[in-house]
Design a protein around this ligand. Structure first.
Ligand SMILES: [Zn+2]
Length: 136
């Protein structure tokens, strides 16, 4: 399946030092790009989702976060049913140009369908290391 790789989207990006460069955002073999959504200001991580090319284009055109729902296999305007739209304030691409960080302002109360602000409202108890890792 290496021959049918879809071309990416080439855009100008601004580095931390203010210089600019061309980046090519690559959608995965399934046509999907993982995106981390973070609240502007508080820096709270709200959710992780996927965009296909259409969702990416619609997000840029409308300023509202659109995703591809893998479970429903359909384009998804976040907030279309709940009213909890996510207004995009900036988009950043990672070093490998294969994921996005989407900074947003919450137009509703919650980013999560459970009513919680963030999808990551449950901390795993005693699941992490309880002892410092042994040096190898
Ligand atoms: Zn959630």
């Amino acid at each position: 399946m290496t021959g049918d790789k879809k071309p990416g989207v080439t855009l100008e990006a601004r580095n931390e030092d203010g210089s600019t460069e061309q980046v090519t955002i690559e959608f995965g073999p399934d046509g999907l790009l993982p995106v981390v959504v973070q609240e502007d200001g508080s820096k709270t991580v709200l959710l992780v989702a996927f965009m296909n090319r259409e969702a990416f284009d619609l997000t840029r055109q409308t300023g509202l976060a659109h995703f591809w729902s893998r479970s429903r296999q359909q384009l998804w305007l976040k907030g279309a049913t709940s009213g909890d739209y996510l207004k995009v304030t900036s988009l950043a691409v990672n070093c490998e140009e294969n994921s996005l960080l989407v900074m947003v302002t919450l137009l509703g109360q919650a980013a999560c369908h459970t009513g919680h602000k963030s999808c990551y409202y449950r901390e795993l108890v005693a699941a992490g290391p309880t002892q410092p890792a042994e040096p190898v």
